[in-house]
Design a protein. Sequence first.
Length: 218
Amino acid sequence: MKSAKSLQIQDIYETLYDHFGPQNWWPGDTRFEVIVGAILTQNTAWQNVKKAIENLKREGLLTPGALHNAAVEDVQECIRPAGYFRVKTKRLKHFMNFLFEKYSGDLDRLFSVPTQLLREELLNVNGIGEETADSIILYAGGKLSFVIDAYTRRIFSRQGIIEPDAPYGRIKKLFEDSLPEDIGIYNEYHALIVRLGKDICKTKPLCSKCPLPPCSLE
């Protein structure tokens, strides 16, 4: 039997889907593009990541082999729009070294690894945290791993479902225990949370436009 919190989580998914419709997220032409986007989107807006990815494409650097072999300076120049470009270049290079040293640059081999082991390996890559690892696993790997971000914390703490400072793993488990084991739902739910957090449930929220039940701020 599902807990009250689990039922709330399910109800919120249905409410958001009915309100916003499908989000078609994560945008990316290839699995590798999704991985690069997941690393670049740390601490920046998506429109800036799009510019960086377009630069990498234009320079022919958006394949595993090309990015692995690219000069650091060339990568930095391409991803400058994403901010923290020196730090993010290091993170990209750390991931590429991992991918080539352990899996010979082969994404099929990488994503054939069982989900929990894959997650542990990604978390051991310098610069990849839990949110980025779960984004890679879910959106590039097509495996069940729910993504928790700042929007999730904000929205669901305001709804009284989680504590704002609850550990990442506890929130992740709550969502995964509450939802069907369905890649499409994991994908769509996270995208809908981002949509609500970005457009309505902001730091200064637009509560009158929110489709969810009244929360602690109202």
